[in-house]
Ligand binder design. Structure first.
Ligand SMILES: Cc1nc(C(=O)O)sc1CCOP(=O)(O)O
Length: 201
């Protein structure tokens, strides 16, 4: 089953994000709070808003903060290149699904060996979030997917029209910010993407 991850944009409030999440969660695999500028208690409160809006805990992910994931009893945590190393965390994961963003084949191999459950690879296409940085492209996506035995989720500039292509290049799903959160109708966008992913199941 191909995965659809939706990530907070770091711009809207977490209350606004939780309102959108409440409407789109039936169509998505994971809802990520990725808010580098926010404090632990703000992220904690964001998770509580997601939970009280009816998002199942197993669909909620926080970036970089395994402590918050553990304390809130949610399903997963997602680490970045600047996060602490995976290996000691994996030993302590207590059933948490742990993802990791990677940007090279080498990093992908290292993180898979260290015990990551899945990877994000990007940015595949031009992305507003990575303005001025050259996208890594489909060929490198394919190299990463071929190099590791765990699911690789494509990220960066992905909308409905890119889904077929990234799956053709080996991605096991997609992760998005703008094509759902900034869509005129986020529910319709999430629904269309899920339908497209399910067609390819
Ligand atoms: C959060 C993030 N991480 C990336 C990476 O390459 O690791 S690209 C990205 C931004 C994704 O936003 P959009 O779907 O709007 O392009």
């Amino acid at each position: 089953m191909y995965e659809l991850h939706v990530i907070s944009d770091g711009i809207m409030t977490l209350t606004q994000f939780a309102e959108i999440a409440a409407r789109i969660h039936p169509f998505v695999t994971a809802i990520h709070i990725r808010e580098r500028q926010r404090t632990a208690i703000e992220i904690w409160n964001g998770v509580q808003e997601l939970l009280s809006n009816g998002i199942p805990p197993e669909k909620i992910t926080v970036n970089d903060r395994l402590d918050i994931a553990w304390a809130c009893g949610i399903g997963s945590a997602h680490l970045a290149t600047h996060s602490i190393p995976l290996q000691p965390l994996v030993r302590l994961s207590h059933g948490l699904r742990i993802g990791r963003s990677v940007h090279t084949v080498e990093e992908a191999r290292e993180c898979a060996t260290a015990g990551a459950d899945y990877l994000f690879f990007g940015h595949v296409y031009d992305s507003e979030s990575k303005r001025g940085l050259k996208p890594r492209g489909l060929r490198q996506l394919h190299e990463v997917t071929a190099a590791v035995p765990i699911p690789v989720i494509a990220i960066g500039g992905i909308g409905l029209d890119q889904i077929d292509e990234v799956l053709d290049y080996g991605a096991q799903g997609i992760a998005v910010i703008s094509s759902i959160l900034h869509a005129v109708n986020p529910v319709k966008a999430a629904q269309q993407m899920t339908e497209k992913l399910n067609e390819r199941r």
